[in-house]
Design a protein around this ligand. Structure first.
Ligand SMILES: Cc1cc2nc3c(=O)[nH]c(=O)nc-3n(C[C@H](O)[C@H](O)[C@H](O)COP(=O)(O)OP(=O)(O)OC[C@H]3O[C@@H](n4cnc5c(N)ncnc54)[C@H](O)[C@@H]3O)c2cc1C
Length: 412
C-alpha cells in the first residue's frame, strides 16, 4: 500500500501543524496556500510578537453554538503539548502573569520560521500562490482544483481560516468550499475588533490611553467587566479590554439589542471618595479655573470632555463656582462614563471571525466530517471563537494536530 496522500488547504497556523503532524507519520503531504508565502497572518499576531497560547486555556474562553466542542480537542493536544512542540523545534517560550505565552524572542517570525523548517524536514510539499477553488469527493478520494491544475488526494484538511483581516489573506473560501461539500455555516461577523460609539468628542480624544475598568450593558443589564488600557479613537474605543468585549457586543448588536458601556477611570475609589477628593481640590484653589484644577486628577486630554459631560458649560469658570451637585456629577462621569455602542470597525480591523462552519457536523476528537469520510477541518473556519489572549492560536494548534493525526489513519 502506498503512502496516504493528504491535501491541506491553507498554510496558516492550523494547516502548518496539521501538515507537520501528518508528515511525521509518513504521509505524502501537500499544503496549498493562496498567498505567496505561508503564515502571513501568524506573523501579524500579538502585534508581531505572537501570543501563541494561554496557560489558562479551557472551554470557558470559547464561544459558538457549542463551546464544549473544544474540550476533547484540547485533551488531544494540550497547552503543555504546544509548549513542548515549539520548544522541541527550538523556539523557547515565556509566559506572563495572565497566562499569555509568547516566543521568548517576542518575535512572531520565530514561530513561523521553526514551523517552516519543520515542514521542510518532514518532506511536506508547499504550493504557494495556489488557491484551491473547488474540492470534489469521488469514489477513490478527492479532486482539488486550482486555477490551472488538478490534484488528487486520499484525505483533505480544510484549514482556510476566516475572512477576518483580508489584507493578511482572510477569505470566505473555507466556508464556501465546505458549503459546496454539503456543510452548513452559522452567521459570521467580525470580532476582537475596536468599537464605535456615539461620543461626540471622540475626534478630540483620539490617541488618549487610560487604565480603566469597562463594563458592558446589554439592554441596560450589566453583563461583564474588563480592566486594562482603554484607547480613545476618532470613531470610539479600542484597546485590549474593549476588543475583548467586542465578541459579546457584536453578537448582541446582531440581535438588535441595545448596547452600552461605562468607563470607570477610578476602579480603586468609590464615588463618595472621589466626591470628597474633588470637593477638597476645588476648595483649595478657588481662584483657578475648573479646567486647570483638574490637571493631575485625570489625563489632561480628558479634562474638557469630562467637564462638559458633567453638564458644566464654562470650562474657564473658577473653582469657587463649583457646587456640591457639580462635584457629584464630575465624580459620576469619571466613575461611570457612559457610551452607547453602535457598531464596530469591520473585517480589516478584526482579529477573528465569530461564527463559521457548524461544529455539530464534525467529530470533536478526529475533526473529521460526519457527512464525508476523509474530509477534515481545523482552525478558525469552524464556529469556534476564542477570547483575546492566545486562545485562538491554541485552538489552531490543537485542532490542526488532531486533524493531521486523524487524516493519516483514514481508510482507503
Ligand atoms: C492582526 C491579528 C492578530 C492576531 N493575534 C493573535 C494572537 O496574538 N493570539 C492568538 O491566539 N490569535 C491571534 N489572532 C488570531 C489568529 O491569527 C487566528 O485565529 C489563526 O491564525 C487561525 O489559524 P487558521 O490556520 O485557522 O487560519 P489562518 O492562520 O488564517 O490560515 C489560513 C490560510 O489559508 C489560506 N487560504 C484560505 N483559503 C485558501 C484557499 N482556497 N486555497 C489555498 N489557501 C487558502 C490563507 O491564505 C491563510 O494563509 C490574530 C489575528 C489577527 C488578524
Amino acid at each position: 500500500m502506498g503512502k496516504r496522500r493528504i491535501a491541506i488547504i491553507g498554510g496558516g497556523a492550523s494547516g502548518m501543524i496539521a501538515a507537520i503532524t501528518a508528515g511525521r507519520s509518513g504521509a505524502d503531504v501537500t499544503v496549498f496556500e493562496r498567498n505567496d508565502r505561508v503564515g502571513k497572518k501568524l506573523l501579524a499576531t500579538g502585534n508581531g510578537q505572537c501570543n501563541l497560547t494561554n496557560l489558562n486555556c479551557d472551554r470557558s474562553h470559547f464561544h459558538g453554538e457549542d463551546p464544549d466542542f473544544v474540550t476533547d480537542v484540547f485533551k488531544c493536544f494540550t497547552i503543555n503539548d504546544t509548549l513542548n512542540f515549539f520548544n522541541s523545534l527550538g523556539a523557547l517560550t515565556v509566559s506572563e502573569n495572565d497566562g499569555r505565552t509568547y516566543p521568548r524572542t517576542y518575535q512572531a517570525s520565530t514561530i513561523l520560521d521553526v514551523l517552516r523548517f519543520e515542514l521542510e524536514s518532514c518532506g511536506v510539499r508547499v504550493k504557494t500562490q495556489t488557491p484551491i477553488i473547488s474540492v470534489k469527493k469521488n469514489r477513490s478520494g478527492f479532486t482539488l482544483q486550482s486555477a490551472d491544475t488538478r490534484f488528487i488526494s486520499d484525505a483533505v484538511i480544510i484549514a482556510c481560516g476566516s475572512r477576518a483581516a483580508p489584507q493578511l489573506g482572510g477569505t470566505t473560501s473555507g466556508i464556501d468550499l465546505l458549503k459546496s461539500l454539503g456543510h452548513r455555516a452559522t452567521a459570521t461577523f467580525p470580532v476582537l475588533v475596536p468599537l464605535k460609539t456615539d461620543f461626540l468628542h471622540s475626534r478630540h480624544l483620539k490617541g488618549t490611553k487610560v487604565l480603566a475598568n469597562i463594563t458592558l450593558f446589554i439592554n441596560d443589564k450589566s453583563i461583564t467587566s474588563e480592566y486594562g488600557e482603554v484607547l480613545f479613537t476618532e470613531y470610539g474605543l479600542s484597546g485590549p479590554p474593549v476588543i475583548q468585549l467586542s465578541i459579546l457586543v457584536n453578537s448582541a448588536l446582531q440581535q438588535n439589542n441595545n448596547v452600552k458601556c461605562t468607563v470607570d477611570l477610578f476602579p480603586d475609589k468609590t464615588h463618595a471618595e472621589l466626591k470628597d477628593h474633588l470637593h477638597k481640590r476645588f476648595t483649595k484653589k478657588p481662584t483657578v479655573s475648573i479646567e486647570t484644577t483638574l490637571i493631575g486628577f485625570i489625563h489632561k486630554r480628558l479634562i474638557t470632555s469630562v467637564i462638559s459631560e458633567s453638564g458644566i458649560t464654562d470650562l474657564k469658570s473658577l473653582s469657587s463656582t463649583i457646587d456640591i451637585r457639580d462635584t457629584d456629577r464630575i465624580a459620576s462621569t469619571v466613575k461611570n462614563w457612559a457610551f452607547t455602542i453602535n457598531g464596530s470597525l469591520s473585517w480589516n480591523d478584526a482579529h477573528i471571525c465569530a461564527g463559521g462552519i457548524k461544529t455539530s457536523e464534525f467529530n470533536n476528537v478526529t475533526m473529521e466530517s460526519r457527512l464525508i469520510k476523509g474530509l477534515f477541518v481545523s482552525g478558525e473556519v469552524l464556529d469556534v471563537t476564542g477570547d483575546c489572549g492566545g486562545y485562538n492560536l491554541q485552538w489552531a494548534w490543537s485542532s490542526g494536530f488532531a486533524a493531521g493525526q486523524s487524516a493519516v489513519k483514514v481508510e482507503l
